[in-house]
Design a protein around this ligand. Structure first.
Ligand code: CO
Length: 208
């Protein structure tokens, strides 16, 4: 890839945005007020704004390998706290995707070095849902299901945070689990029952 092309693309993009509104960048420079926090995978095919049809300023984005919400990861926890406490987003989305390399790696027996502790969290998801997953004979279907269950468990991890519990109580913030199908481009809502999960875990994880 010729990186010069990137800067040419940038110039054309500026022209395009200014053609829509001549104040476009003046407005953008004034600040952000996104209503949505998106936690997705770093996979180059799963572009947050493009697949949702949203533009600059509309979504606060965090991406990492396999869209994980890990309680001791200072990066994701800082993003969640900033988005919830300061930007006051009212929706948090965890978006996984079929064909996720991180989830696939966690299904295999291999020493992947520094990735081991990261992928361990996906192996934990497998262990929690072992009965269901092992009953699926087709490996491809089992892989797809682990992608979905991983999204669900990362939503639960969000619900375990004090920031989310407090924002739910104070202003009705909700958490959503979605999957992007890279084969069709379709965004699928897993219809995570946020209130049920919140109720289920509160006995042990109630913080606020
Ligand atoms: Co992925």
């Amino acid at each position: 890839m010729d990186l010069k092309k990137v800067f040419e693309n940038n110039e054309s993009w500026i022209k395009k945005q200014l053609a829509i509104s001549e104040n476009y960048f003046d407005d953008l420079g004034k600040g952000q007020k996104p209503e949505l926090l998106y936690v997705g995978c770093s996979d180059s095919r799963v572009t947050a704004e493009d697949l949702m049809g949203l533009g600059p300023g509309e979504v606060f984005v965090h991406r990492n390998i396999a869209n994980m919400v890990i309680s001791i990861d200072l990066n994701v926890m800082s993003v969640v706290n900033y988005a919830v406490d300061h930007l006051k987003v009212n929706h948090i989305v965890v978006c996984g995707h079929y064909g996720c390399g991180g989830v696939k790696a966690a299904m295999q027996s291999a020493d992947l070095g520094i990735l081991n502790p990261w992928l361990r969290n996906i192996r934990d998801v497998y262990r929690i849902h072992k009965l269901e997953l092992n009953s699926i004979e087709c490996e491809e279907k089992r892989y797809d299901r682990l992608v979905e269950l991983n999204v669900k468990e990362q939503c639960v991890n969000l619900i375990k945070t004090a920031a989310v519990q407090k924002a739910y109580r104070d202003r009705g913030l909700t958490v959503h689990g979605w999957v992007f199908d890279v084969h069709t481009g379709k965004l699928i809502d897993l219809k995570i029952d946020f209130e049920k999960y919140l109720h289920d875990i509160m006995e042990i994880y109630h913080l606020d």
